[in-house]
Design a protein around this ligand. Structure first.
Ligand code: 7RM
Length: 635
């Protein structure tokens, strides 16, 4: 029996049982056999969910880049580590070997050091999907700096909030970014953000689009001349297993984004182990995850997981629709992709287009398909399975979160029989629980409740940067001794899990988590707005879209409502980013509220979803007349 590479269902059950019966022994074996450590741990796990405090591989020392790079040089030096496919199909793809990647990472690490970055410093990375993005993460890890990647679609304000929250010392960015037919002026966004950031000492600039930028004397530097001069070797810094590796922000149900802190040893072990098994990655495979490295999926399953396994990982700079809707399928054909890991929102968008776009491409290299980010609906699942997988490539519907660091519930391809819309079985070492309204665990099968995890796993986030109380309150206070995920789920008659969606005020739009509160804050800043509430409603491509109910200070008939809607959306784009724009805006005289003043979002959700036959319990509703008015004018 192999712990590391599971190949049969029976083996899965055996290994799972072992991982639950003696988690410490199990993870110790995995850690010992498959990674290089500079110093061994003194204790595998200590934990207390009440504090909460979780430590894996305490006392151990390592550097994750030695596991992702150095150790592969002898055996895989000339194999492609990163395969970069640019935005435009006319620009040549780049095959960066492990040898070349090693040198690039070492050089960048030396540049960071020369620019004053030391172990423990936070470095903000605001880059498009170009190789320098992955290299920057690894360069930080090489010298023990904590990276904080901010998705390069976020606005200046959102960027500034994140830089300030973590007191970053440096930003690594580029002159611009290509996204389909558009060019974005990233440097200008950084300049605007930095007007309200005091901790940034240096800005390093990657040249990508060659658009005109202004450099601030003493602060901004082009990175290429520095790389040219830098030495090709940088001694890796010894990190404690529990030293932070990175911070990554995720939206919460209250205003401020949460800086989830991931540490080094456990994160490495779990992302590498899940990558190997959940994708059944073999020597020579070409694995492509279409996420952006700005999200956790990119951190764990474009960079760290694949590289820790000596794999070939594809980075795609562009979008599925440019130059046309064949782009994804052409990339699969061109690079003979064996693994495609994408999001339901992309699948739905592509399924709407002419099937010719898919059929004209040779997809025979594909072996495994993945889905992540939101529940995959039945129709999208079948379209993916039939047209992309040709009924021969299993779909791994992987459920997990920024907070979990790695995949938690998922089939293992060729091992776990799949079932449309089901993430199926808990991965090795993961102990889920479903809880009812009275905080009792629902035992047995065919039950539905709130999804919790009962036992620590190696890649769980350890805290929220600068706010451990919020970490405890958000994840460990709803149910004693459990991690609460914020999701609802059901367990079917054989024990398969189906994730039903968020149970809090987070809405997933095109796979992006959006908290309602920060969007409402942005709307309310408009001078004409008195109050607002936003909810999600089903959208055939995005999964959910946003519906805003807005109360104006003065509801004059003479107003230009269309302009006002545009201004509100612009305000949202400026404060958060274009992904948070509202699809529908309804101006309303009031919002349905309870007697204690809480907005009854449930009612607003029903109206937005055109599902008003039964509004449920409205006995606590203070102002029923408002509900009728809103329903009569719903969009
Ligand atoms: C990896 C990622 C986390 C939230 C999570 C869920 C939802 C993610 C699935 C899913 C159903 C899935 N991290 N979610 N994967 N829901 N099936 N396979 O997406 O932090 O950005 O989002 O996404 O609600 O709590 S995330």
């Amino acid at each position: 029996m192999s712990n590391y590479h599971i190949k049969h269902l029976e083996e899965y059950f055996q290994v799972y049982r072992k991982s639950v019966r003696d988690p410490e022994r199990f993870w110790e074996e995995v850690a010992e056999e498959h990674f290089v450590w500079r110093k061994r741990w003194s204790n595998v796990l200590s934990w207390d969910f009440a504090k909460p405090e979780v430590k894996w591989f305490e006392g151990a020392e390592l550097n994750i880049t030695e596991n992702c790079l150095d150790r592969h040089l002898r055996t895989h030096g000339e194999q492609t580590a990163i395969l970069f496919e640019p935005n435009s199909p006319d620009e040549e793809a780049q095959h960066i070997t492990y040898n070349a990647l090693f040198e690039k990472v070492n050089k960048m690490a030396n540049v960071l050091k020369a620019q004053g970055i030391e172990k423990g410093d936070r470095v903000c990375i605001y880059l498009p999907m170009i190789p320098e993005l992955a290299i920057a993460l690894l360069a930080c890890a090489r010298i023990g700096a904590v990276h904080s990647v901010v998705f390069a679609g976020f606005s200046a304000k959102a960027l500034a909030t994140r830089i300030n929250d973590a007191s970053c010392k440096m930003v690594i960015t580029s002159d611009g970014s290509y996204r389909g037919a558009k060019t974005l002026d990233l440097k200008a966004i950084v300049d605007e953000a930095l007007l309200s950031c005091e901790t940034i000492e240096k800005v390093l600039l990657v040249e990508r689009t060659k658009n005109k930028v202004t450099l601030k004397e003493g602060r901004d530097l082009w990175i290429q001349p520095l790389l040219d001069e830098a030495d090709g070797f940088c001694e890796a810094v010894s990190m404690n297993a529990e030293d932070p590796l990175f911070i990554l922000y995720t939206s919460g149900s209250t205003g401020k984004p949460k800086g989830m802190v991931h540490t080094t040893g456990g994160y490495m072990v779990y992302t590498a182990y899940t990558f190997k098994n959940i994708f059944q990655y073999r020597e020579g495979d070409i694995y492509w995850c279409t996420a952006d490295i700005g999200w956790i999926t990119g951190h764990s399953y474009i960079v760290y997981g694949p590289l820790a396994n000596g794999g070939t990982t594809v980075m795609f700079e562009g979008v599925p629709s440019y130059p046309d809707f064949s782009r994804f399928w052409e990339i699969v054909e061109k690079h003979k992709i064996t693994h495609l890991y994408t999001a339901p929102t992309a699948i739905r968008a592509l399924a709407k287009e002419n099937i010719e776009y898919v059929e004209k491409c040779d997809l025979s290299s594909l072996k495994v398909l993945g889905s992540v980010g939101e529940p995959i609906n039945e129709e999208a699942w079948h379209w993916y399975n039939d047209n992309v997988g040709k009924n021969k490539s299993p779909i791994v519907d992987t459920w997990w979160q920024t907070e979990t660091g790695g995949i938690m519930i998922s089939p293992i391809p060729f091992v776990t029989p799949t079932k449309p819309t089901y993430a199926t079985l808990p991965f090795i070492g993961i102990q889920p629980a479903l809880m009812d309204e009275n905080a009792q665990e629902l035992k047995g099968n065919q039950v539905e409740g709130r999804l919790c995890i009962k036992y620590p796993w190696p890649s769980m986030a350890r805290t929220i940067w600068g706010d451990h109380d919020r970490y405890r309150d958000t994840y460990f206070s709803a149910y004693a001794n459990m991690y609460f995920t914020g999701d609802g789920a059901m367990r079917d008659e054989v024990g398969y899990y189906r994730i039903t969606g968020r149970v809090d005020d987070v809405i997933i739009v095109s796979g992006h988590n959006l908290g309602t509160a920060p969007i409402e804050d942005a709307i309310n800043e408009h001078q004409a707005v008195a109050e607002s509430a936003i909810v999600g409603f089903p959208h055939e491509v995005k999964g959910n879209a946003l519906y805003g109910y807005v109360i104006l200070k003065e509801y004059g008939e003479s107003r230009n409502f269309d302009n006002l809607k545009k201004e509100i959306n612009q305000q949202i784009a400026d404060k958060i980013g274009p992904i948070a724009k509202l699809d529908k805006i309804q101006f309303v005289p009031g919002l349905p509220k309870t007697r204690s003043g809480k907005i009854m979002r449930r009612i607003l959700r029903k109206i937005a979803s055109k599902d008003t036959s039964n509004l449920g319990d409205t006995s606590t509703l203070l102002n029923p007349e408002v509900v009728k008015e809103i329903m009569d004018n719903a969009l």
